[in-house]
Every structure is written in C-alpha cells, then in structure tokens.
Design a protein around this ligand. Sequence first.
Ligand SMILES: [Zn+2]
Ligand SMILES: [Zn+2]
Length: 603
Amino acid sequence: MTDIERLRHSASHVLATAILKIWPEAQFAAGPPVENGFYYDVDLPHRISPDDFEKIEAEMRKEIKADHPFERMEVSRDEALELGEKGRLAALSERPEPSKFKLDIIENIPPDEKISLYRSGDFIDLCAGPHVKCTGEIGAFKVTSVASAYYKGDEKNPQLQRVYGTAFKTKKELDDYFAMLEEAKKRDHRKLGRELELFVFDDDVGPGLPMFLPRGAVIAEELEKLAKETEFAAGYQRVRTPHIARESLYKKSGHLPYYAESMFPPMELEEARLGERDHGTPASLYYLKAMNCPHHHKLFAAVPRSYRDLPLRFAEYGTCYRYEKSGELFGLMRVRSLQMNDAHIYMTPEQFEAEFNAVNEMYLNYFKLFGIEKYLMRFSTHDPSKLGEKFVDEPELWKQTEEMTRNVLKSSGINYVEVPSEAAFYGPKIDVQAWSVIGREFSIATNQVDFAQPRRLNLVYKDRDNIDKTPICIHRAPLGTHERFIGFLIEHYAGNFPLWLSPEQVRILTIGDDPKLMDYARSILHELRGHQVRAEIDESPDKINGKIQRAEQMKVHTMFVIGKRDMDADAVSVRIHGKGNLGAKPRNEAIGDIVQSIRERRG
Ligand SMILES: [Zn+2]
Ligand SMILES: [Zn+2]
C-alpha cells in the first residue's frame, strides 16, 4: 500500500465508525482503498442517500478530531470467531446480531495466516492493515457517492450499499482534486469529440472501433507528420506491413498462445481447407495483428545483416486490433482498433546505451512540444521466481538487460520508479505515465527491451568475427496510439489545439457580402491553402457577431475578420480563439505569421 492508500483505507474505518454512530445495526463487509479514494460496503435497512452525507461527515470529523490511535491486536481464530458471534467486529460494542460478513471473511482466512484486529476509539474491525498512526492524520476527506454492490461481487449474494469517499493529507489537496474533476468533466474527450466533430462510434461498425471525422483525421495526420520528420532525422527507416498474418507467425513469436485472449478470433480461409500448403504448414488460420513486431522482425530477417548494418530502426504507424472486453472499452482511451507510433530498433549490446538514450530523448522532446510537464517512467522488471511461466526462462539475459536499462535511466536523470514483477513476457519494459495540464493521469506510451522475440524468430547478424549473433530489440512508441494520444490531447488542451494541430487553422469572416469583399476573402483563402494552411470561409448570410460566435464554438484557432476598410488597406483584422481581437495587420504579414507559426509548431 502506498502512503495515500494507507490514509484512505484508514478513512474507511472512520467512515464505518460514523455510520455505526447513526445506525448501530449496520453490518460491514469490505472497505479497501480504490483509485482516488476508498469505500466501505454496508448492509443496512435504511437506504443511505446523498442527504445523509453531511450527517455522516459530521460524525467522521468528531472521530478525526478525537485523534484515536489505530491499535493492532493479534488474536486466535477462536477469539476472532467469538467476537464475531457477539456482533463485536466492525462495531462499536457487542450487538444482538453477529457480524455476519466478518465471520464469513474469517472462515476464508487460510489456517496458517495470522488474524489481526484494529481498534480506533470504540470501533474494532477485522483487518490486516496497515493504517496511519492516528485518526488525526486524515487531513481532509469527503463522502462522495453511494452505489449498490453484491457481496464479493457475486449476484447470488446479498446486495449491499457501497459508500464511497476520498481523503487527502491536506485540505488544499482535496480542493485541488475536486477542482480537477470539475475541469475534467468539461474537458472529457468523448464530449469534446462530439461537439468539435472529431470522431464517432457507430453500432454497425462495432464497439471500440472509432472513426475519425475530417477534423479528427487532421490531428492524426499532423501527429504522423511530426513522427515521420522526427524519426527521419533520428535515422529511422519506414516500412509497411499488412494488417493480418498467418497463425504460424504468432506461434513463432510466442504471442500464441500467451496473448491469444487479447487477439480477435482467427479467420479460417476457404481455399486453405482445399489443401493449400506452405513449407509443410497447413495455411488455414489468419489473425488480425495485435502488434507490429513480428512483421518487422520478418523484415529484419528478409535480408542478410551484418554488424555494420546496425543499429537498424524500422518505423511504421501500424494499425493493430486488440480484443478488449466490452466492459473495458472507454472512448478513445480503450479501443479495439489502434494505430501505433511504432518502431523496432535492432542493435548490438554495445549500441544499447546510445540507442536507449536516444529513444528517451525523443520522449522528452515530445513532452516539451506538447507542454507535458509532469511524467513518470515506470521501469518494470521480472521476478526470478516466475521464470518460465510469466517471464521467458533466460535468467542471465534478464539480469543483463535490466542492469543496462537501470544504468541508463540512472545516468540520464530521468524521473522513474522501478516496479518488480511487471515486465513483459520477453523483457523489461518502461511504461510512460503523463499528466495533462489539469493533473489527470494517462498511460500513453511504452518502451520495451526485448531479447526473447529476436531469438525465437532466429534473427541474426554477422559480428566482426563472422559469427551469427542475435540482436537486441527495442520496441518504442513515444506517441502511443493515435487513439489514446488524441484522447489525451483533447483533454490536455480542452479542445483548444495549438495552431499547427488545429483542425481548422483559419476561418475568414466577412462583414457583409458585397461581391468585391467576397472576392477579396476568396483570394486570401486561396493564398492560405496554397501554403497548406487549413482555411475556410464563412459564406453564410449571418451578421458578423453570429459568424464569430460559431467559429469560437468550434474553437477555430485564428479568425480573419474582413470589412471594407480592411479590403481597401489590403489588410485583415486578426482574432484568436479565446483571446479576442488583435487588431488589423497587413495581409502579407498576417499570412506570413500563420505559415511561420505552423512550420515551427508554435502556439
Ligand atoms: Zn483496516
Ligand atoms: Zn513491438
């Protein structure tokens, strides 16, 4: 448990205490910390509603003010059962009814495990801990909602009321959290995606399969352009591979059977059953690719390689399909079709440090460009006791690559934490978490070291002594997938994209519809488009205020407002979304500024 989880779990004891002060007959089940808060499941004839929250919070405040210490007591199974029978568990005193859920929990504790109770004030609970020292350490809290939940999540069990709350060390952190939630609601990428006509889902296409409208496709294209330019400068080469492959490829790579659950079911091809064979393998099953690596590995193997060819960097914005459970789909954040900013770098062990550093450098440059100030790299390593099951059985290679990775992370001063036992099957991995400007957390990219797949697929290069060696491979995707990264950017910018990413960069609005004025507007439109600027012209008969309002609603970055006086001076009045009128500028200067700013990916 992290410190904040410990504090929140402790707050769940205080919540139960408060509920018992009001309804002493309440029966409690489980009260764990959860993301952003905690809950306690309670069985109670009275239906708790938001109207009760104030009353509950008032009792909680008294408990916190009393600053009761959390005292741990170890008891025998019989003692615990006896207290449960007397209704004394998750209670303030003995009660006529036994503590039924706690008795059930005791029955399920393995015989060799210690049983512990925690006391704070009059409240005694069956709990493994840990807790904060005293209730007074819970600095700020709030009861947030109530929902129903089945005991142990099983609908055959009784239905309980799940009371949620959240807690922080300080009042300021609590206030910031609620302000962030408020802001996040306004920025929700699903809401903005609809309003700004960026992307849609359609039942006939299928859940988790987003389609980008022209305004959303523009953002994907701009990101792709950025990636291509950046990768070209860093010595990457682009490749192109199909969306499907035979089952044999994924068996060789090891994705089948280990990754089968995350892949769409296979397609069986008709002609294959008529006896089509390829190198003796029955060629009946094809899979939609869930990752690009096996295809790229095949391209590595397609040409004889020598150490002089390395490092070799293959990049592709590859489209993959993953079978996410329907309950886990979420807007653009969790989808079933995804286009990944993918690349695989093949190298000798001596080249690892420089390559890995260059990849990290690329991540940091992107963060700077997008104004991502807070990020964390989670370095996941293997667990030696799970070699052969969860992790490929290569103890020496694990040690080497983890050490190399750790050294590079340490010496580069990157913000990282090490998480044991969460590596990928084939090597240590780094997940990159980033926080949007309002503090919402996203996991947007991974960076993995792979020593197993190249070996499984027999990738080799000739070293200096003409001996076959297996290359190390880095999988990297700094911009993650288009889907998730665009979802992140929508919320990060609240839909107010910088000029270079804006779906509509300039809208020309005329004051009136005098034919000469319209001709002037159209000539500006053509000039902008000639410079590849995404410009439109509002030809509606509306008044200028209506036109401005509509452009502001669609968060069009720059408006050129043109009246007769502007035309006579060969000028435009520049208006920036959210910033207002900047005044008149000579036409050439206004257009030149736009083009320059887009080229430099500024503002
Ligand atoms: Zn506890
Ligand atoms: Zn890969």
